[in-house]
Design a binder for this molecule. Structure first.
Ligand SMILES: [Mg+2]
Length: 392
C-alpha cells in the first residue's frame, strides 16, 4: 500500500478555519482524515502540509511511527514550531485513521483497547458561540450565571468560563474582585455538584495569576487554566504550589522536552495537550506516558473541528489518566453536516460511548466543506487602557 496523494480542505467555521487533511492511498476508497486547524495561521499550515507531502508520497501509510520520524527530522528543521507541529499532527492523525481502517478496528483498540466505559465532555459557556464565551464582560456576573445555567440544562456536568479579564503586569483590586464575583455567581447558580473551570488564556502575569488563583480558591474550581504565559514555567510552578486548585496548561506546547520541563517542575496538575498541535497522536501517546510518571492528568484542548474531537476521544479511550475532553457544539449550526461520527454522545449527561468504526470512525463530506471556503479569521486584539499590547 502506498500514499498516492495528500489534500487539505479548508472549512471556514466563523472563529476558525478548520484545516482537514486527507491522505489518499492507492487502495480503492481507502483514505485517512486528519485535522491541522491553527487559527490565524491557516495559509501557513496548508503550505506546511504541502511541504511535508514531499516526504510522504509513495510511502507505506501504515508505518506511522516511521513516517512521524521522517516528518520531524528529515527536513533538517525539527518539527517543534507551532505551524510545522500542527501540520505533522494533521498528517499523523490521518495515518492512524488509515492504520485502524486497514486492520478494521477503532484506533483505541490499536493502543490496548478501551480503558473506560465513557468519556466525559465539558463545554464552554455558550457552547462554543464566540460572543458568549469570549465577549461576556466580567462586569456582568449575572450573564455568567445565566450561561452556566444553560450549560447545565444542556446536560453538561462541567464547563469552562473566561472569567479573568486582561490585566497589565500589575493591577489593583478591581479586576480581582470582578473575576471573583463572576465565579461566585456561577457557583451560586449551579451548586457544588457541577465542575467549574476558569481559563485565564495566559492573560495575567505570574503575580496577577497568583492573585486570581488565590481569590478563586474558595469556589473549588475543577481546574484553573493558563494563569500566566506558557513560557513562564517557573510562574506556573509558583502558582501551582501556592494554591490547592489544580493548575492546567499545555495547549500551546509542541514537543516532548517542553512537556518534560513542565512536568519536572510541577508546573501543572492537568496537561491540556492539543492532539492537533503537539505533533499528533504519535507524540500525544509519548506525552501521556511521561505525564503518567508524574501522575499528572490529561484533559486535551479541543475547541477545533470534528476530526480533532474524534482523535481526542480515541485517545481518551486508551489513556488511564485522561479525565475529561473539551468540546464545542454551538460554534457553527452546520457542524453536523460536514461530518459523520462513529461515537455517540448522550445528550442528557454529555458523556461519550466509544466509537466502534475503524480508525477515527469519522468521514468528512467534501461537498459540505466546499460550501464554507476560507475566510480570514476575525482578529482578536487586546490593548490595555494606555494603548500597550495585551494578551487575548
Ligand atoms: Mg485555553
Amino acid at each position: 500500500m502506498k500514499i498516492e496523494r495528500i489534500e487539505t480542505l479548508v472549512c471556514h467555521a466563523r472563529m476558525r478555519n478548520w484545516v482537514f487533511v486527507k491522505v489518499i492511498t492507492d487502495q480503492p476508497g481507502l483514505v485517512g482524515w486528519g485535522e491541522a486547524t491553527l487559527e490565524w495561521h491557516t495559509r501557513s499550515v496548508v503550505g506546511a502540509v504541502e511541504d511535508l507531502a514531499s516526504l510522504l508520497i509513495g510511502e507505506d501509510p501504515t508505518r506511522v511511527e516511521h513516517l512521524w520520524q521522517v516528518m520531524w527530522r528529515q527536513h533538517f528543521w525539527h518539527g517543534s514550531g507551532i505551524v510545522r507541529a500542527t501540520a505533522i499532527a494533521g498528517l499523523d492523525l490521518a495515518l492512524w485513521d488509515i492504520a485502524g481502517k486497514t486492520l478494521g478496528v477503532p484506533c483505541h483498540k490499536l493502543w490496548g483497547g478501551p480503558v473506560r466505559d465513557y468519556v466525559r465532555l465539558y463545554s464552554h459557556l455558550g457552547g462554543g458561540k464566540m460572543e458568549s464565551f469570549y465577549e461576556t464582560p466580567v462586569e456582568n456576573a449575572g450573564r455568567f450565571a445565566d450561561l452556566a445555567h444553560e450549560a447545565v440544562e444542556d446536560g453538561f456536568t462541567a464547563f469552562k468560563a473566561m472569567a479573568v479579564p486582561p490585566t497589565m503586569p500589575i493591577e489593583g483590586l478591581k479586576p480581582i474582585r470582578a473575576a471573583t464575583a463572576c465565579v461566585a455567581a456561577i457557583r451560586d447558580a449551579v451548586g457544588d455538584d457541577i465542575d467549574v473551570m476558569v481559563d485565564c488564556h495566559a492573560r495575567p502575569s505570574p503575580a496577577m495569576g497568583l492573585q486570581f488563583a488565590k481569590a478563586m480558591e474558595p469556589y473549588g474550581l475543577y481546574f484553573f487554566e493558563e494563569p500566566c504565559w506558557p513560557e513562564s514555567v517557573e510562574g506556573l510552578a509558583m502558582i501551582n504550589a501556592a494554591v490547592s486548585t489544580p493548575i492546567a496548561t499545555g495547549e500551546r506546547v509542541t514537543q516532548l522536552p517542553a512537556f518534560r520541563d513542565l512536568f519536572a517542575r510541577r508546573a501543572c496538575e492537568i496537561c491540556q495537550l492539543d492532539i492537533t498541535h503537539c505533533g499528533g497522536l504519535t507524540e500525544a501517546r509519548r506525552v501521556a506516558a511521561l505525564a503518567e510518571s508524574y501522575r499528572i492528568a490529561l484533559a486535551p484542548h479541543n475547541p477545533q473541528g470534528p476530526v480533532s474531537t474524534a482523535a481526542s476521544l480515541e485517545f481518551g479511550f486508551s489513556q488511564p489518566s485522561y479525565i475529561i475532553c473539551e468540546s464545542v457544539h454551538s460554534d457553527v449550526p452546520w457542524r453536523e453536516d460536514v461530518v459523520e461520527e462513529g461515537f455517540v454522545v448522550d445528550p442528557k449527561t454529555r458523556t461519550v460511548r466509544p466509537n466502534m468504526r475503524p480508525g477515527l470512525g469519522i468521514s468528512i463530506d467534501d461537498n459540505e466543506v466546499r460550501k464554507h471556503p476560507f475566510q480570514q479569521e476575525a482578529l482578536q486584539r487586546v490593548f490595555y487602557r494606555d494603548g500597550s499590547v495585551g494578551d487575548w
